[in-house]
Design a protein. Sequence first.
Length: 91
Amino acid sequence: MAEDQIPKSKWEGKASADLEGSSAEQVWPLLADFCSLHKWFPDIATCYQVDGVPGQPGLIRYCARAPIDNDESTIKWAKEKLLSLIQSNGV
C-alpha cells in the first residue's frame, strides 16, 4: 500500500434527523449523550463509557443487548468510537 493511501474502514455509518416541534437547544443535550443508547432502545441492556471524554471525539462506548429467549450464553455487544460531533443551526 502506498504511503499516501488511507485504509478504508471495514464499517462505516452516519446518522442524521430532522426534528419538528422541539428546538435544537432542547434536543441537543439528549442527542449529544453518546452513552445513552439504552435509554432510547429497550433491547439495549447496557451502554456505558469505556474511554475518552464525554461529548468529545475519541470517546469509546460499550453497548450490549439483553439476552434473547433466555439464552445467557450469547451476548451481542459492540464497542463504538465517536469520530465527530457536529452541532448545527446555531447550537
